[in-house]
Design a protein around this ligand. Structure first.
Ligand code: NMX
Ligand code: MLT
Length: 435
């Protein structure tokens, strides 16, 4: 498999760099920690390493050094499509190299071989109450599949070798990214389509096949490709990526690790914000616009009502970004091209005109600009995926790409178990008094 060999080559190139940094420059300081950071969620403390993506507060995300437009432009596209295949993006994330069409085709064939979700996983999800949140079903499904882990089997085989362990993480990572769209589609069909059978099309790439599996037409194929790529990775400190990395650092296998990542993604301050955005927007429509068109004044009032009731404005703000999220912009451009007249898109655009000013006046958030979640739901809604409690599952399918690429590299570079040091409040008070 060319991809695995390319990853091996890249890891062999990188390992001496990491080893040298740790051995020769291990005591060089790259940050210091304040009490504010210690109490305030470790914000901005530089203590994680990844080469898969980097988030600049002003510019936003770069995948393997490329901005979103550069990434979309560089990678091989699906036939007749404006967007690259998820398979080509996977090759790029894992290696940092733009694949040839032949290399993409090889990934496509490989994923087809790996994509079968064992029947017992479906049985377990079927046994859950039908009104369980789809993220609970997704995380349960990934956790249940843990018995398939090649890494776990290797660990208990008696011949575990630290240097070779990444190969088994790679195998699990490829299995997970190939299977998670099938699992997600199964959950969608079970909950919202009367348990419709999965119409898997072996000829199609991942994004296109996902569209087919949830009963969508051809026009949704690029939506899926774009969505999964945009949501894949956001450097390593975000909750889902960090949780996945942390759990794997104990040598828990990729299934257990990604189930943990998904549980973090399910939080309303993280991935579930996309569900909250749609919920907020539709409630706004129902409450204020049953008889009249939305206006800036009505939106301003609704935003203040939300803030005054102690809630956050979903889809706005960010822990790192200090400008409009380029993932928001990318999806907005998609909307301007494909659904300019959609009433919900118009409303979301009007919120974009008003919310930053309201949040700035409110004066709390460090970043009043929209993030990825403010724009993603309206696209799903437009194409008929109207069950908004499913939107975080879509995020979870995309985020698997970044988390699994990272785990492969974590193991390849032999990163240590993560174990930061905690202190007590009395210690902080003592250091505060000492200045
Ligand atoms: N609406 C109202 N208040 C906000 C918002 C917002 N959108 N964003 C931040 N604040 C408040 C925040 O709650 C905090 O208040 P307090 O001091 O009372 O605790 C204050 O502003 C300072 O927070 P920041 O330092 O600006 O933001 P932080 O890094 O702590 O949190 C988020 C980042 C993303 C959790 C926060 O902006 C938020 O809750 N946004 C709304 C939820 C959302 O869209 N999440 C999705 C993020 C992207 N993703 O997909 O994960
Ligand atoms: C993400 O994509 O993970 C979110 O934007 C949250 C983050 O980066 O902290």
């Amino acid at each position: 498999m060319a991809l695995k060999e390319a990853v091996r080559r890249k890891l062999d190139e990188f390992r001496p760099r990491t080893t040298r940094l740790a051995k020769e420059y291990g005591k060089v300081k790259i940050d210091e920690v304040t009490i504010e950071q210690c109490i305030g969620g470790a914000r901005d403390i530089r203590c994680l390493v990844t080469d898969i993506s980097y988030l600049d507060p002003q510019e936003g995300i770069r995948f393997r050094g490329k901005t979103i437009p550069e990434t979309f432009a560089a990678l091989p596209k699906a036939p007749g499509s404006e967007y690259p295949t998820v398979e080509s993006f996977w090759y790029f994330l894992l290696t940092g190299e733009v694949p040839t069409q032949a290399q993409v085709d090889e990934v496509l064939v490989d994923w087809k071989k790996r994509q079968e979700v064992p029947g017992y996983v479906f049985d377990i999800i079927r046994a859950m109450p039908r009104d369980s949140h789809p993220m609970t079903m997704l995380s349960t499904g990934i956790g249940a599949m843990q018995r398939e882990s090649k890494f776990a089997a290797y660990y208990t085989s008696g011949s575990f070798n630290k240097l070779g362990a990444w190969e088994y993480v790679y195998e699990d990572a490829c299995d997970i990214v190939a299977r998670i769209p099938v699992l997600a589609a199964f959950i969608y069909n079970l909950k919202y389509r009367d348990d419709a059978p999965l119409a898997i099309d072996p000829a199609l790439d991942m994004g296109a096949n996902f569209a087919r599996m949830i009963g969508q037409g051809d026009e949704y194929m690029d939506v899926a490709r774009m969505y999964f790529i945009l949501h894949s990775d956001h450097e390593s400190g975000n909750v889902s990526a960090h949780a996945t990395h942390l759990v794997h650092s104990a040598l828990s296998d990729p299934y257990l690790s990604y189930a943990a990542g998904l549980n973090g993604l399910a939080g309303p301050l993280h991935g579930r914000a996309n569900q909250e955005v749609l919920d907020w927007t539709l409630k706004f429509q129902k409450k204020y616009c049953s008889n009249e068109e939305p206006t800036r004044e009505l939106i301003t009032k609704a935003l203040w009502d939300t803030l005054n009731s102690g809630q956050v404005i979903p889809g706005y703000g960010h822990a790192v970004l200090r400008k409009t999220d380029p993932r928001y912009t990318s999806q907005r451009e998609f909307c301007q091209k494909h659904l300019p007249g959609d009433p919900l898109f118009k409303l979301v655009s009007m919120i974009f005109e008003v919310a930053p000013g309201v949040l700035a006046e409110h004066g709390k958030t460090k970043n009043p600009w929209p993030n990825v979640d403010a724009q993603s739901g309206v696209i799903q809604w437009h194409y008929g995926v109207k069950e908004w409690d499913f939107y975080t599952v879509l995020f979870g399918v995309g985020r698997a790409l970044g988390c699994m690429a990272n785990l492969t590299w974590d193991r390849g570079l032999g990163y240590a178990i993560e174990r930061p040091k905690s202190v007590t409040t009395s210690m902080l008070e003592k250091w505060a008094a000492e200045g």
